[in-house]
Design a protein around this ligand. Structure first.
Ligand SMILES: [Zn+2]
Length: 135
């Protein structure tokens, strides 16, 4: 069953994004973190181009999360994947770092090219800031 739009978030604060883009593709749940969304909107305003969100919130039962040993930034509502490549991808990464995103994941091979962005804090077993590529 789908939940209605998350009450804690005022989506009017993020005029370039719609809640539907951030719902868990597996459960329909929507639990984005307000601080992350503020940061993402500031990034979007600086970037000045449309951003296609291919993954936002993920419930811990989402197959991509259930496969991990510990659930990631998407389950905390503090991550999204943006479909982007080439010059736009480079511009987005540069701006994301400047706007305080601390986790940058790069998938730039094949048909589904995207950049993962999150703003998690560093912990002893999770260094931040960091950049990685997907296998
Ligand atoms: Zn991601």
């Amino acid at each position: 069953m789908r939940e209605t739009t998350q009450s804690a978030l005022d989506w009017r604060r993020y005029p370039n994004f719609r809640p539907e883009e951030f719902r868990c593709r597996h459960t329909g749940r929507l639990r984005m973190d307000p601080g992350f969304m503020e940061r993402l909107q500031r990034l979007r305003s600086a970037y000045g181009r449309s951003m296609v969100i291919t993954s936002g919130y993920r419930d811990p039962t989402h197959p991509a999360e259930a496969a991990k040993t510990s659930s990631g930034a998407h389950t905390l509502g503090r991550a999204c994947d943006v479909a982007v490549h080439g010059r736009d991808a480079l511009d987005l990464v540069v701006l994301a770092v400047a706007h305080g995103f601390t986790g940058i994941g790069v998938q730039q091979r094949g048909l589904r090219r995207f950049i993962h962005l999150d703003d998690l804090d560093a912990t002893t077993d999770r260094p931040r800031p960091t950049l990685w590529s997907y296998a």
